[in-house]
Write a protein that binds this ligand. Structure first.
Ligand code: ADP
Ligand code: MG
Length: 156
């Protein structure tokens, strides 16, 4: 495990800019796990990242009820998933997520639902709202796969 990388982002726009920069380095097989309380900015981050890699801008709804939304992007398929309402671990396979971890770029909200199916090479981002400033979020990035060292140079 690498020493975690901490970022403080003072506005939704700053978070969106970081998401877009990270997006520019993603390839099929890359998974980002987005952890944090409701309202901490997970969907905002995913939406900005996806928007930045779409050839033609489109609506990015939260996958709260659909559990997954798939986008055809300049980098290949991007899967955006919100597992909060996942009923059982069997559903993960039914959704096609196991294959998507190999073949696509995946952005997963509420990743604790994956349990032992969590892809080990994934990047984990933990979002925390600042207790004093309404528009500030603290992000802690951690990973063990060294591929992220190079991909994350762009934000350091
Ligand atoms: N620095 C920031 N980064 C991300 N979102 C922020 C920030 N400041 C305020 N916000 C707001 O917080 C809310 C986050 O909502 P959302 O992304 O849906 O949360 P989650 O998916 O974690 O439940 C959005 O309304 C967004 O505009
Ligand atoms: Mg969300």
């Amino acid at each position: 495990m690498n020493a975690p990388l901490n970022l403080t982002l003072h506005s939704p726009e700053e978070t969106a800019a970081i998401a877009a920069r990270m997006g520019s380095r993603l390839q099929p097989g890359d998974t980002i796990l987005l952890e944090g309380a409701i309202g901490s900015g997970k969907t905002h981050f995913a939406r900005a990242l996806i928007q930045s890699v779409l050839a033609v801008s489109e609506d990015i709804p939260s996958p709260t009820f659909t559990l997954v939304q798939v986008y055809d992007t300049e980098l290949g398929e991007v899967w955006h998933s919100d597992l909060y309402r996942l009923g059982s671990v069997e559903e993960i396979e039914e959704l096609g997520l196991i294959d998507a971890f190999e073949a696509s770029i995946c952005l997963i909200e509420w990743p604790d639902k994956l349990g032992s199916l969590t892809p080990q090479p994934a990047l984990l981002i933990r979002f925390t709202a600042d207790p004093d400033d309404h528009d500030t979020r603290h992000l802690t990035l951690s990973w063990s796969d060294p591929k992220w060292n190079i991909k994350l140079e762009i934000i350091q």
